[in-house]
Design a protein around this ligand. Structure first.
Ligand SMILES: [Zn+2]
Length: 134
């Protein structure tokens, strides 16, 4: 049997279910009531790494800085997932405006438990400083 996840609480539900028996959300209504950016940010809480990864990449492409804090929290929630952490650093590099981006990168450069992620965030900050006009 195929398993889906509730779009709101991420409980496992069967694909035919229209209202989640755990949180009560009506799936189609929930999807319609939120914009795409908000749903992507919400997906960062998904239990499956592959689903989170798609949201991380999509958020980087959208470049909207409102995702910055949620991306940082996602990286810190999964400290052993270095691949995810590095992808989050890549997505953070794309965000505008720059202020939100550097704050988020600085947070990971100092606070992420994985050395590789701290280093990537620090490199991204250095690269940004070098790009600034003098
Ligand atoms: Zn639910």
């Amino acid at each position: 049997m195929r398993i889906n996840y509730c779009v709101h609480c991420f409980a496992e539900i069967t694909p035919d279910i229209q209202q989640c028996p755990y949180c009560g959300v009506v799936i189609q209504e929930w999807v319609r009531s939120l914009d795409y950016e908000t749903r992507l940010i919400h997906t960062l809480d998904h239990p499956l790494a592959a689903v989170r990864m798609r949201a991380i990449i999509a958020l980087g492409k959208r470049r909207d800085s409102q995702a910055a804090d949620s991306l940082v929290r996602c990286a810190l929630r999964h400290p052993v997932d270095v691949v995810e952490g590095l992808e989050i650093v890549d997505s953070l590099r794309c965000l505008h405006p720059e202020r939100a981006r550097s704050k988020a990168l600085a947070c990971l450069a100092h606070g992420h438990p994985a050395h590789a992620v701290r280093q990537a965030a620090a490199h991204a900050l250095t690269a940004m400083a070098d790009e600034k006009p003098r």
